[in-house]
Structure formats: structure tokens, C-alpha cells
Design a binder for this molecule. Structure first.
Ligand SMILES: NC(=O)CC[C@H](N)C(=O)O
Length: 233
């Protein structure tokens, strides 16, 4: 299965995302922001970083890049898309996910190993987990506060679309401790923490006992889940 990883000017984590795709058992395909061709991929990862220097708002300019026209169309047609950190910001700006990411309430960049609860293990990117499972993956951002109006938040909660919640303290002022959400279909998922940095023993989180995996590889499940979803589609 081919999983595309988009590179925007200022992307930081595209190479780690491609490496995580391969570690999960997929084929990583490089996609370029200025090229609308999705090169026959089966799913797309929008990686972390500072696309277009975070000018205007984080993710705002990337959301109208040529490649995103194709990603939005493919996503609306059922293609799985994962937005990690800046990628989550892009998905919200593109209107594929509700809400917005705003400056951390602590007003500083936050970088730490983050405990999360997987609230929804039914999505294309989380089926390798169990609902309620606690995982640990890195968090590193300046604009990670998840915000939406109360009605949208109630809808997300009511429809079970909060996929991840922060544990052990809210790091950035996200409403209702939300770390990640999904669309109605469960194929489009966005989260602020970084699963792609937690796929190799010895390189992922070492705090909190290395997470559920015990060796800092809790992020690998994202990349195996999507292959399963594609295989059974
Ligand atoms: N790690 C990242 O992707 C950073 C995301 C974003 N540009 C921020 O600082 O909020």
C-alpha cells in the first residue's frame, strides 16, 4: 500500500513520517506541495513542521497549496488522511476537520513525552489500539490549543469523534483536553502529538516507562492501522 507524505516549504517531520510508514509495513511516496498529483497513493500523511513559516496562521497557507486541492478531493472521496501537528493545523484550515489550533495557553513552545488516552480505536489510524488505552508519544508545538465553539465540541463528544485526550495535565489549554479528533467517517484524523517519532526502539519516548509498548514505539500502531483499514476496504 502506498502512503503519501506531503512536503511543504517548512515541513520538518516529513522524513520521519516516511520512515514510520515503512516501519509500519507500507510504501512511502513523497508528495510535493506545488504538485497536485497524488501519484496513486492509497492514503496521505500531512506531517509536522512550520509550513510556509507559520505565516498568517499555522497551516493556513498550506491549506490552499496545489497538493491540498487533490488531498481534500481524495479525502472527501474516502481516502484516509492523517494530520500530525502542523498537519492537524492544515486539516482544520482546509475544513476537513472542525475547530482550530491556537497558541498554547502557557505562551511557550512545549516539548515533552506526552501521555494520551486513545478514546476511539475505530478509526482508520487507531484500530491497532484499544479504546481507553494509554499511550505515550512526543508533543512539540507552539500552537497546539484545540479550540471550537461549544456546539461543535458537544457534537464531537456526542458522536464519539474525540480520538485522543491529554492525560497527566493539559499541556496547552486545549478545550476538554482534546489532543486529536476525527471526521464523521473515521478516515480523517488529526492530532497534535507525534506518532511518527515513536516507532523505533531507542529513539522514542523513554519517560513514563516508554509507554504501552515499553520501548517508546507506541506510534507504530497508527501506521499499521491504516494498512489494515486499506486492506479491508
Ligand atoms: N511540531 C510541529 O508540527 C509544530 C507545529 C506548529 N507549527 C506549532 O508550532 O504549533
Amino acid at each position: 500500500m502506498k502512503i503519501g507524505v506531503v512536503t511543504f516549504p517548512g515541513s520538518l517531520d516529513d522524513r520521519d513520517a516516511a520512515r514510520a510508514v515503512v516501519r509500519g509495513g507500507g510504501e512511502a511516496v513523497a508528495l510535493w506541495h506545488a504538485d497536485a498529483d497524488l501519484r496513486g497513493v492509497d492514503a496521505v500523511v500531512l506531517p509536522g513542521g512550520f509550513s510556509y513559516g507559520d505565516y498568517l496562521r499555522a497551516g493556513a497557507i498550506a491549506s490552499i497549496a496545489p497538493v491540498m486541492g487533490s488531498v481534500v478531493e481524495a479525502a472527501r472521496g474516502g481516502m484516509p488522511v492523517l494530520g500530525i501537528c502542523n498537519g492537524f493545523q492544515v486539516l482544520c484550515e482546509a475544513g476537513l476537520l472542525p475547530g482550530a489550533l491556537v497558541r498554547n495557553d502557557v505562551r511557550t513552545f512545549v516539548c515533552r513525552d506526552q501521555r494520551l488516552r486513545v478514546e476511539d480505536a475505530s478509526t482508520a489510524w487507531t484500530s491497532a489500539f484499544e479504546a481507553g488505552q494509554e499511550i505515550v508519544i512526543p508533543l512539540k508545538n507552539g500552537e497546539g490549543g484545540y479550540n471550537a465553539d461549544q456546539r461543535t465540541l458537544d457534537e464531537l463528544e456526542g458522536e464519539g469523534r474525540v480520538v485522543f485526550r491529554y492525560l497527566g495535565g493539559n499541556p496547552n489549554g486545549s478545550q476538554r483536553d482534546i489532543a486529536g479528533v476525527r471526521d464523521a467517517s473515521g478516515r480523517i484524523v488529526g492530532l497534535m502529538p507525534h506518532p511518527e517519532h515513536a516507532t523505533e526502539p531507542g529513539y522514542g519516548p523513554s519517560e513514563h516507562g516508554g509507554g504501552a509498548s515499553g520501548n517508546g514505539t507506541d506510534g507504530l500502531g497508527f501506521f499499521t492501522s491504516v494498512l489494515q483499514a486499506l486492506a479491508s476496504a
